[in-house]
Design a protein around this ligand. Structure first.
Ligand SMILES: [Zn+2]
Length: 407
């Protein structure tokens, strides 16, 4: 991912590299004029909160020029002596100012890229020198001006005006499933002072619920909000029925040695995912099971298996990303039992299409941590860390159509 931190120079220099209408060979590059044949070997696109970023991987430095055209808005980027070797240009992310990018050959040997836009923008261009094992990259950032974008959408089709307005107010909240571990006849682990894990988990879960509810664009759903017993599969079913976007199970750890200490975060293991896939595919009579937007029952076994695998891979990747973000936040308020997200076959983490983590808030078997776990202060710190983890996760990739993405 190309965050701003990927830039080897400072912000001012970056902002200085603003679109001009004339040919630009960047001052930061080697001074010799570059005319050797170049190729764009790969194109990546990411939607950041404030702009859409295209990264063109090059086999060397390149001469380029750019300009804007209006009615309709287009951004044109010409690369001298360059061919497009990349197999394709990825489609523009939704809710981007970019509609589409087209490519063509210019003057026989040049590459012309035309960005069809929803509104006029001032793109920022930057040629990155090789670093971190990567070659030259031409970065094109197209800022989103949300107001201008909406106006442009209205203009394109006056008929659609009411629909657009309706859609804007119909953006959905992201649903955060909160699963306080254990409950009822299952007390979970019990500390030396008699503290029961099920009570701590519910206390932290409720604090987390309140923080989530107070965050615009997020909506909490609890798997339990009282001291009752729920089967593990029942917990994931509650999350599925609520169409949860994330699933967070809250526990506290126990070990026979009282010195074990620190918080940890778990995601599903690959083995757990594989065995779950087999289970899903074996239960195909359950036609209500949708994975990755496709009904498993609608496909033959091979296709269903691939769809499920793709969905699980993506979900696990997202779970690890989310888990790492939460772990980093918890590391600011607590000792960590492990500095890495751990992976295990926990049943509650097995939803193939809901990124899921399990937070062990501390060791209830450690007398010192047991005492901390009982304090509102520590319970709040853990809950706040999880919410901060959610926020950094969605700051990077709030799904389209959600209120969170529009905020
Ligand atoms: Zn537990």
């Amino acid at each position: 991912m190309f965050g701003d931190s990927a830039y080897p120079w400072n912000r001012r220099q970056f902002l200085g590299a603003v679109l001009g209408t004339s040919t630009a060979v960047f001052g930061l590059m080697a001074p010799e004029r570059v005319l050797a044949a170049r190729a764009v070997s790969a194109v990546a696109v990411t939607r950041q909160p404030d702009y859409t970023r295209y990264v063109f991987e090059m086999n060397g430095p390149v001469d380029y020029s750019s300009f804007m055209l209006e009615h309709p808005s287009r951004f044109v980027l010409d690369l001298t002596q360059t061919t497009l070797a990349a197999r394709d240009i990825p489609p523009a992310p939704s809710q981007s100012v970019v509609k589409e990018v087209r490519s063509g050959i210019r003057e026989g040997t040049g590459l012309r890229l035309v960005f069809d836009l929803k509104a006029p923008v001032k793109p920022r261009l930057l040629l990155l020198p090789p670093s971190d094992g990567l070659g030259y990259r031409l970065v094109v950032d197209l800022p989103h001006d949300k107001a201008a974008q909406l106006v442009a959408e209205h203009r394109e089709d006056p008929e659609s005006r009411p629909a657009v307005q309706k859609r804007a107010s119909a953006f959905r909240d992201l649903v955060i499933a909160i699963d306080p571990g254990h409950g009822g006849k299952d007390p979970g682990a019990i500390g030396h002072r008699g503290t029961k894990e099920k009570h701590i988990a519910l206390d932290i879960g409720r604090r987390l619920r309140d923080l989530v509810a107070a965050t615009p664009g997020l909506r909490p759903v609890m798997t339990r909000d009282s001291d009752k017993f729920i089967h593990l599969r029942g917990r994931t079913a509650i999350a599925r029925n609520a169409k949860a976007d994330l699933f967070i199970s809250v526990h506290s750890d126990a070990f026979r040695v009282t010195s074990a200490r620190g918080a940890s975060v778990f995601c599903l293991s690959q083995h757990g995912a594989t065995s779950e896939a087999a289970r899903w595919l074996a239960n195909r009579e359950n036609e209500a099971d949708f994975v990755g937007g496709a009904s498993i029952a609608d496909h033959d076994q091979d296709v269903a298996s691939v769809l499920l695998d793709l969905s699980q891979t993506k979900t696990l990747e997202n779970s690890l990303d989310f888990g790492n973000r939460v772990l980093r936040q918890i590391g600011d308020v607590s000792d960590l039992h492990s500095r890495r997200v751990q992976q295990a076959g926990f049943v509650v983490l097995k939803s193939p299409d809901i990124p899921s983590i399990l937070v062990e808030s501390a060791f209830i078997s450690n007398p010192e941590e047991e005492a901390r776990l009982r304090t509102p202060k520590y319970q709040n710190e853990i809950a706040r860390s999880i919410v901060q983890g959610i926020n950094t996760y969605y700051a990077a990739k709030a799904p389209e159509g959600t209120r969170y993405a529009m905020l």
